[in-house]
Design a protein around this ligand. Structure first.
Ligand SMILES: *[C@@H]1O[C@H](CO)[C@@H](O)[C@H](O)[C@H]1NC(C)=O
Ligand SMILES: *[C@@H]1O[C@H](CO)[C@@H](O)[C@H](O)[C@H]1NC(C)=O
Ligand SMILES: *[C@@H]1O[C@H](CO)[C@@H](O)[C@H](O)[C@H]1NC(C)=O
Ligand SMILES: *[C@@H]1O[C@H](CO)[C@@H](O)[C@H](O)[C@H]1NC(C)=O
Ligand SMILES: *[C@@H]1O[C@H](CO)[C@@H](O)[C@H](O)[C@H]1NC(C)=O
Ligand SMILES: *[C@@H]1O[C@H](CO)[C@@H](O)[C@H](O)[C@H]1NC(C)=O
Length: 610
């Protein structure tokens, strides 16, 4: 703190001194008509944060005109004028030409860069503002004829914006440098997607490489971690008849900050740390393999913790099939795409389809989605249900809390879906048969032994047999779930965040922890391993809940609650200390029972289908 204040004071002194003593060109924050700025001269913004002048980036010897942060030793340029017209020596000069434009001339007085503006106005001065914005105006600084903030390089500063001016059609975007030493426009761009919901996208040429997820009223849906610094650097997205833009500001007293799209295509936010006199990176995206755009293909769901399965799975109701015969053999690893299990049943205004919830995700690409901010989520559901081309919907604004409001509906492929902590819910249209499978865990009348369940299922199955539905699909739907669903936070709390000291057993599919409820009761927490959380694993979990609900009373182990938040599938059982066999019952024997039971189901199913 001390150091910066001192530096600022020094800079201010220098600034005041310079105005009074020299009054010559290239000093202070202003260059007036008739003056010139040559290599070695600088303009310094009031307050001293920013400097404009000539510099050579990294190991390069070429000279560029740019604006940089005064504070850091290395020149961190946030704006460069002559990006792809470097000067080969120190003979460059910034001056106003006869037409009143600010121009950069090389040694032979050829124009290599110019602040173009139309309208025949004549500029009187250029001024480097406190914000780092270089403004060309006619004498009254309120009316800018041209400003560097309208021509971003690779850096977004507070009060700049990305997006589109809907009236003029002008777009603001960041373009990476070609390399660390070459400010020429590189391969990557960062833009604000202005169709669908606003969202930030990194492009390599014309290919999307990374998106942050759509704006949800508070932040971009796929990067909830930015809300950690939204107090210091308030984010805002503006959608109006005039513009669709995104930008941020800096709260008074907040450290210097900058957002950069780097030459390797990474979007980064840096913050100046005065105590270590260095820049600290506080955000970087893409963060992991799942941020790679569309990695798992249409209807794929990327799980950053599923390294063993190549991160990719499919959303519920889909599984990897062979690529369509028409496509030539793919050279890529993504040889297969997610295929729908059961066709949707929707035509002429009638449908039997329903919706499955895909929890905790970065919402898919909204480029082709339709958006209506003015409806509730219930109305959204009704609209999607009534329109056969609607394949999924979600809330567009989470500011009101709860399930959110507003409506975004997808009519084509669901692309670039991934799991993310604190993600949103996507409601996916599926055939009735798929939903019967695991949408709800139905209650089977209690106190019925396993055998009776099998018999009941057999009977129900017989009814369904002609339709060749699966036996699981035949479980009655009408009952509500009687075992409570509890939040992951509570489970973490009672198990000491799944601490190893609370681990009481481990099987191939799950780990069992001991937990303590606040009122003193001890519970056993069975947590499914992430590695088994395939579509099949999830179905097995659903079946275990079904079965255990049926065994709730009069059985050896009692299911108290369950949790299926995000990637977690957890069952909470009564823990009976005096029965040492207890753990083994659900650790081994129960699993055995369940396996036999499931095997029986599968065999019956198979027999009936043959
Ligand atoms: C640049 O400005 C300096 C000082 O104001 C002046 O002496 C010099 O002639 C100017 N150079 C040109 C090329 O205008
Ligand atoms: C930056 O410059 C200051 C003052 O010249 C110096 O004390 C400091 O060590 C330098 N820091 C680095 C990282 O070079
Ligand atoms: C600058 O331009 C504005 C708007 O065109 C005009 O009102 C103002 O008088 C001009 N100022 C000067 C000093 O020319
Ligand atoms: C660009 O990103 C890469 C990858 O994270 C990083 O190693 C590198 O330091 C960054 N380059 C710059 C100039 O910030
Ligand atoms: C949106 O539609 C265009 C044109 O049909 C298509 O090329 C593009 O892939 C679609 N984008 C998404 C994310 O589905
Ligand atoms: C159904 O959705 C499609 C795609 O969003 C849209 O083009 C169409 O107008 C909608 N139909 C009705 C009747 O709302």
């Amino acid at each position: 703190m001390r150091a910066t204040s001192l530096l600022r004071l020094l800079l201010i002194c220098f600034y005041l001194l310079s105005i009074h003593t020299f009054g010559a060109a290239g000093v202070g924050d202003k260059l007036e008509k008739g003056q010139n700025l040559t290599d070695g001269d600088t303009l310094v913004s009031a307050g001293g944060s920013f400097t404009l002048g000539f510099f050579s980036p990294g190991v390069s010897t070429k000279r560029y005109l740019g604006v940089w942060f005064s504070v850091s030793n290395a020149t961190i340029a946030c704006w460069v004028a002559n990006r792809d017209q470097p000067l080969v020596d120190k003979s460059g000069m910034l001056v106003f030409n006869d037409l009143g434009s600010l121009v950069l001339l090389d040694g032979s007085r050829r124009t290599v860069w110019s602040s173009d503006f139309s309208g025949g106005a004549s500029a009187a001065a250029a001024q480097l503002l406190v914000s780092g914005n270089l403004v060309v105006h006619n004498g009254s600084s309120d009316v800018s004829l041209w400003q560097s903030f309208d021509h971003p390089s690779d850096t977004l500063l507070p009060d700049m914006k990305l997006g589109k001016n809907r009236w003029t059609g002008a777009e603001w975007q960041l373009t990476s440098w070609r390399s660390a030493d070459d400010p020429a426009p590189g391969d990557y761009r960062r833009t604000l997607e202005t169709k669908g919901l606003p969202e930030l996208v990194v492009w390599r040429g014309n290919v999307k490489t990374y998106r942050t997820g759509p704006w949800n009223g508070l932040y971009f849906n796929g990067v909830p971690e930015v809300s950690a610094y939204a107090g210091k650097y308030p984010l805002r997205a503006t959608t109006s008849p005039w513009e669709v833009t995104y930008g941020y500001t800096a709260a008074p007293g907040a450290p210097l900050t900058r957002v950069v799209v780097n030459h390797t295509g990474k979007a980064e936010r840096w913050e100046w740390d005065a105590s270590s006199w260095a820049w600290t990176r506080i955000f970087q995206g893409p963060r992991d393999p799942c941020d790679e755009y569309g990695r798992c293909g249409p209807f794929g769901l990327c799980d950053p913790e599923a390294a063993s399965s190549g991160f990719c799975g499919c959303v519920e109701g889909f599984s990897f099939g062979s690529p369509p015969a028409a496509t030539p053999p793919a050279q890529e690893v993504k040889g297969t795409t997610c295929q729908r299990h059961a066709a949707l049943d929707c035509a002429g205004g009638t449908t039997t389809d329903g919706f499955a919830v895909v929890r905790g995700v970065k919402l898919p690409d909204t480029q082709n989605a339709s958006v209506d901010m003015g409806v509730t989520l219930e109305e959204c559901r009704a609209r999607c249900f009534a329109n056969c081309s609607c394949l999924a919907y979600a809330a567009a604004d989470i500011r009101g809390g709860g399930d959110g409001s507003g409506c975004v509906m997808w009519a084509d492929a669901i692309v670039d879906l991934r799991l993310v902590d604190m993600g949103q819910n996507l409601y996916l249209r599926l055939s009735k048969s798929e939903l019967d499978d695991h949408k709800r865990f139905p209650v089977i009348p209690v106190a019925i032994p396993l055998a009776s369940i099998v018999i009941i299922l057999l009977v129900v199955f017989a009814i369904w047999w002609r339709r060749k539905r699966t036996i699981i699909g035949a479980i009655p739907q009408s009952h509500a779930m009687a075992v409570p669903l509890v939040s992951l936070a509570i489970i973490k709390d009672v198990t000491g965040n799944f601490s190893e000291s609370n681990m009481i057993g481990q099987g191939g599919f799950s780990i069992v922890y001991k937990g303590q409820l606040p009122e003193g009761r001890t519970i056993a927490v069975k947590r499914l391993k992430q590695s088994v959380l395939t579509t099949k694993g999830k179905k097995d979990f659903a079946r275990e809940v079904e079965v255990m609900v049926g065994l709730r009373q009069g059985s050896l182990v009692r299911l108290l609650a369950y949790c299926n938040e995000g990637k977690e599938r957890i069952l909470i059982y009564e823990y009976m200390q005096n029965k040492s066999l207890n753990f083994h019952i659900f650790g081994t024997r129960y699993l055995l029972e369940q396996k036999c039971f499931l095997k029986l189901l599968r065999e019956l199913n198979f027999l009936m289908q043959c």
